[in-house]
Design a protein around this ligand. Structure first.
Ligand SMILES: Cc1ncc(COP(=O)(O)O)c(C=O)c1O
Length: 401
């Protein structure tokens, strides 16, 4: 059968994750230290707690939760989420349970996007979302970040330039992937002012929010705007980085009309999210076990972040700088202008250390080459120290020092 002639234009236009391909090229190298992945450490997965919760809910509620479930999500989980979010009065119709944030983002995009619509994104941004957006034939416009988050001067220019073609603004304001930057409260206010003025909705994706190791938590864009501009922001939160990405559990909170349409796509595409997982996590929350678990993960990751920051300080030449994230899993490293991280990746791999070149986080055609992303959630502290030393050596060599 020749499928090539049958594939839809959208399928043909879809690109695979270059990050997965790059990570695969580092897999079989003995002694290689990888800062390339974006995985949470399996040492943080609450295996015993989840085993107990799954067993209890299957034995007690099996007849119900092994059956087809509601496309909008389990009402018992929604009850727990409302308590967790401090929004007891939030109507169920404004929450949709999704199969990971990826699924929520897909349903949002599917509900809004037509070919050639413009989506404004941070540049750099999360490659998985960029691929999903491009897969819908949307046009991506990247807006530069500074240390406070997305640059609002450039954002407003872009809103003026693209006008009605813009469908939404995609933001990762907390410990951004890949830059590690958290948007300041002042910048959030400006973003909301501009977005509401131009009538552009915001998709706020915060899968790392619970992984805070220092600093004060700013209010979410959703929270800041829910009374003044109800429905402007749709918030997507995931359990992937706190319980395990294999659970595929997340939720979206937003305008009732939009959530209803996303629920209709859910009905068609997924039928529902895994009902057993929804109830097991609801039980973990109702027993008060989520908060202490998150505290234990924060205590696990903080020393890894601190070790990486200390190693960068110790080994990197003065021409290199980096972001200092208050949480999450990533540090963004700025190289001297003349260095190309795509080229550096090859020599780094030969020297048994891997990272993701910064160019992979930009829309096609607008790449920046003198930056790279380091992950600190997966390697051990010892590997971090040795790996950063190796990387610094390669950067010094490439700089001719
Ligand atoms: C910014 C961002 N959004 C979404 C996701 C995907 O999350 P999930 O596993 O919930 O689909 C990731 C995963 O790395 C991410 O970094």
């Amino acid at each position: 059968m020749d499928y090539k002639s049958l594939f839809s234009a959208q399928t043909i236009g879809m690109r695979a994750s270059m990050i997965r391909e790059l990570v695969a090229t580092t897999k079989c190298i003995p002694g290689l230290i990888s800062f390339a992945g974006g995985f949470p450490s399996p040492l943080t997965f609450p295996r015993e707690i989840l085993a107990k919760m799954y067993s209890e809910v299957i034995l007690e509620n099996g007849n119900d939760i092994l059956q087809y479930g509601s496309s909008d999500g389990d009402t018992i989980l929604k009850q727990e989420l409302k308590k967790w979010e401090g929004m007891p009065d939030l109507p169920d119709s404004e929450i949709l349970i999704t199969s990971g944030a990826t699924n929520g983002i897909y349903l949002y995009v599917k509900s809004l996007i037509e070919s050639n619509d413009v989506i404004i994104i941070e540049a750099p941004s999360f490659l998985g979302s960029l691929i999903a957006f491009e897969g819908m034939s949307a046009k991506l416009v990247g807006i530069e970040l500074d240390e406070e988050g997305i640059r609002t001067d450039l954002l407003e220019e872009s809103f003026k330039k693209h006008g009605k073609k813009i469908k939404f603004l995609y933001l990762i304001p907390e410990f951004q992937n890949p830059s590690g930057i958290t948007m300041t409260t002042a910048r959030r206010k400006q973003v909301l002012e501009i977005a509401s003025h131009y009538g552009v909705p915001i998709l706020e994706d915060v899968p790392y929010e619970a992984l805070r190791y220092s600093g004060e938590k700013p209010d979410s864009l959703y929270k800041m705007s829910k009374d003044s501009h109800p429905g402007l922001v749709t918030l997507i939160k995931s359990f992937s980085k706190i319980l395990g990405p294999g659970l595929r559990l997340a939720y979206a909170i937003g305008h009732k009309e939009l959530i209803t349409k996303m629920g209709l796509w859910m009905q068609k595409v997924n039928v529902s999210v895994d009902c057993v997982t929804q109830r097991a996590v609801a039980r973990m929350m109702s027993k008060g076990l989520l908060k202490p678990h998150i505290e234990s993960i924060q205590a696990f990751y903080k020393p890894l972040r601190d070790t990486m920051l200390a190693a960068l300080e110790k080994y990197m030449p003065e021409t290199v700088s980096w972001t200092v994230p208050d949480g999450g899993m990533f540090i963004w490293v700025f190289l001297p202008e003349q260095l190309n991280a795509d080229e550096l990746f090859v020599s780094a791999r030969e020297n048994r250390v891997a990272f993701i070149p910064g160019s992979k986080f930009y829309p096609l055609g607008s790449e920046t080459y003198n930056a790279l992303r380091l992950n600190f959630s997966y390697p051990t502290a010892e590997q971090i120290n040795t790996g950063v030393e190796r990387l610094a050596h390669i950067i010094k060599e490439a700089s001719g020092k």
